[in-house]
Design a binder for this molecule. Structure first.
Ligand code: ATP
Length: 289
């Protein structure tokens, strides 16, 4: 048997860090939304009890460090499944980019194995399991648009953004999320107005969504990698309506309302960055169907 799952990337329209918790995690408040840039995860039964990862991408581990491997292991252990599985991951989402590529592959593996092994788990149950793998996995199980709180695993679905385009540009550097959090000075944060963003989404106010985009990790990554600031400047110069770094970076995304303006932003960025994408926003809840 063979099952195929789409594993789309996310961007953060808003990312706030409230404080560092006793367990070492940071308490966050983020608005995440799915975009039309996806890896493909193919799951095929193996005749022997093994988890095999195939990715053909030198930045993606093919052993227990892979988040998709961890997802399969978690389900095997929890439900005492003694079957083998081959997980083939076709990467499109840049690695270590702030787009939750690994988390989405893990989420796709959870959804796919739930089907393949007839486990009958609900999305909520899969999201709870996903939280054991990583904070972003819960959101990726559902896709859509959500307010994520706690360490990112408490998901509340909210109104998706109105239709628009997203241009993404990733410089060649990869950023470690742990390093960015280590360099974050919690006392000098300029907090984004997350509730205002939720309201702007609710009434579909595109201009207000653009005005309220904010990410407290941005200044940390910009300080570590000044080239990210340059990409932001260029994206604004080429006509994106609003520009922000996603997650801990280094990917910068820009929103573009009108398709006619898309080629200028996309082609402009291609001169500065080797990985540039122009995709649709895909924040509706049924985006994984
Ligand atoms: P986040 O936004 O959730 O912090 P990210 O988009 O910045 O994540 P990933 O692409 O998930 O980062 O990769 C981070 C690291 O995770 C990589 O350097 C890689 O070693 C490891 N990794 C584990 N599994 C995967 C996977 N399936 N795809 C990509 N990287 C993976």
């Amino acid at each position: 048997m063979r099952v195929l799952e789409k594993a789309p990337a996310k961007i953060n329209l808003s990312l706030d860090v409230l404080h560092k918790r006793k367990d070492g995690f940071h308490e966050v408040k983020m608005i995440m939304t799915t975009i039309d840039l996806a890896d493909r995860v193919e799951l095929v039964d193996l005749p022997y009890d093994e988890i095999r990862i195939i990715s053909h991408n030198r930045f993606v581990p093919d052993d227990q460090r892979n988040l998709a491997y961890q997802a399969a292991k978690l389900l095997k252990d929890r439900f005492k499944i003694r079957k083998g599985i081959s997980i083939s991951i076709t990467k499109t989402i840049p690695v270590a980019a702030g787009l939750a590529g690994g988390s989405s592959d893990a989420a796709a593996t959870l959804r796919g194995l739930n089907r393949l092994w007839n486990l009958g788990l609900t999305l909520d149950e899969l999201a709870n399991l996903g939280a054991e793998i990583g904070s972003d996995v819960s959101f990726c199980v559902y896709g859509g648009t959500a307010l994520a709180t706690g360490r990112g695993e408490i998901i509340q679905h909210i109104t998706p953004p109105p239709h628009c385009w997203v241009v993404l540009a990733k410089p060649t550097i990869g950023v470690s999320t742990a390093d960015v959090y280590k360099n974050l000075n919690i006392n000098s944060i300029h907090h984004p107005y997350v509730e205002g963003m939720i309201e702007a989404l609710k009434i579909g106010d595109y201009d207000q969504i653009c005005n309220l985009m904010g990410n407290v990790l941005e200044s940390v990554t910009l300080h570590m990698y000044p080239e990210v600031a340059n990409i932001k400047d260029q994206m604004k110069r080429f006509g994106a309506d609003a520009v922000l770094m996603s997650g801990s970076g280094p990917t910068v995304f820009g929103l573009v309302q009108y398709e006619s303006r898309l080629p200028r932003v996309y082609n402009g960025l291609r001169g500065f960055c080797d990985q540039v994408f122009a995709v649709r926003m895909l924040g509706e809840r049924n985006c994984l169907d």
